[in-house]
Design a protein around this ligand. Structure first.
Ligand code: CP
Ligand code: NVA
Length: 316
């Protein structure tokens, strides 16, 4: 249970995890657990509420789960596909924000620049949720740790090892893990480490929670005793030109059965998806007994429903 007096989040928006306290993360988990257990009891929670989704990049999970989440709770969602035109290219980000707030109650945006999210949020009175940016993927990391709490209970003292590119997903896993008292180890090839600022922030949060954050290029060090092993694509959306070059550089960082052997026995395997079997993960691991990737994909729905009801003040 949460120690918070009110069922709200600290800011009108959810743009990054730095702004959430450990108690807020637990609040999201508590609400997600209840929504998951009792879907039929919450079909009117967001009756009449409208969500706008504006995405500069492709999506399967984020788009479907936010849309279905709104529908499950009596609301509606409208999707605007900006794949070929960045938000702000036809009219200013400010005007997009000022129009949308007249029609809808909440926005989920998937952008290249984190700054575009911040500008959107600064120019409207309604909540803006980060549905992934180049810098971070907060809804994903919250879901990842929610899924792990379903497996382990309290995560304080557990170890999560992220192998691969020090990207948006990695950043959010570092921040959320550090706030939850998790020992997060990140294993990347040299030159592909997570941002120094994120590492500094994560270490500060870990110092307060009893967790830790380590970055190394040595899989044996990173994976030792890991309770969960995580990977993501080697080239993120927007880095398509680097796919071939990165395939060579990341070659030794594929999560395969041999790598899983370096982790704790019975360690779980997670991936935010989409996955590339034979690249960042072997088919044997992706489809093997350790993999909880589809449990995790399902949980995007429940965790994001919790974020929606908390930001919209619909939970008491
Ligand atoms: N993991 C994730 O965010 O998936 P999508 O890119 O399909 O939304
Ligand atoms: N790092 C990946 C995550 C996709 C959900 C990307 O940004 O493409």
């Amino acid at each position: 249970m949460t120690a918070l007096a009110t069922a709200t989040l600290p800011s009108k928006d959810l743009l990054s995890l730095e702004e959430l306290s450990t108690e807020h993360i637990h609040l999201i988990f508590d609400v997600a657990r209840q929504l998951k257990a009792g879907r039929d009891a919450y079909t009117n929670l967001l009756a009449g509420k409208r969500l706008a989704m504006i995405f500069e990049k492709d999506s399967l999970r984020t788009r479907f789960t936010f849309d279905i989440g709104m529908t499950d709770m009596g609301g509606t969602a409208v999707f605007l596909d900006h794949r070929d035109a960045r938000i702000g290219s036809r009219e200013s980000v400010k005007d997009v924000a000022r129009n949308l707030e007249r029609w809808v109650d909440v926005i989920v945006a998937r952008t290249y620049k984190q700054k575009a999210l911040e500008e959107l949020a600064a120019n409207c009175a309604i909540p803006v949720i980060n549905g992934l940016s180049d810098d971070s993927h907060p809804c994903q990391a919250l879901t990842d740790y929610f899924t792990l709490t379903e497996k382990f209970g309290d995560l304080a003292g557990k170890k999560l090892c992220y192998v691969g590119d020090g990207n948006n997903t990695c950043h959010s896993l570092m921040i959320a893990g550090a706030k939850l008292g998790v020992h997060v180890s990140v294993c990347t090839p040299e030159g592909y480490e997570p941002s120094a600022q994120v590492l500094e922030d994560a270490r500060r949060f870990a110092a307060a929670s009893g967790g830790s954050v380590v970055v190394t290029s040595d899989p044996a060090v990173a994976l030792a005793d890991a309770d969960a092993v995580y990977t993501d694509v080697w080239a993120s959306m927007g880095q398509e030109d680097e796919i071939e070059e990165r395939a060579g550089i990341f070659h030794d960082y594929q999560v395969d059965e041999e790598m899983m052997e370096l982790a704790a026995p019975d360690a779980y395997f997670l991936h935010c998806l989409p996955a590339h079997r034979g690249a960042e993960v072997s088919a044997a691991v992706m489809d093997g007994p350790a993999s909880i990737v589809y449990d995790n994909a399902e949980n995007r729905l429940h965790v994001q429903k919790a974020i929606l009801v908390l930001l919209l003040g619909a939970w008491s």
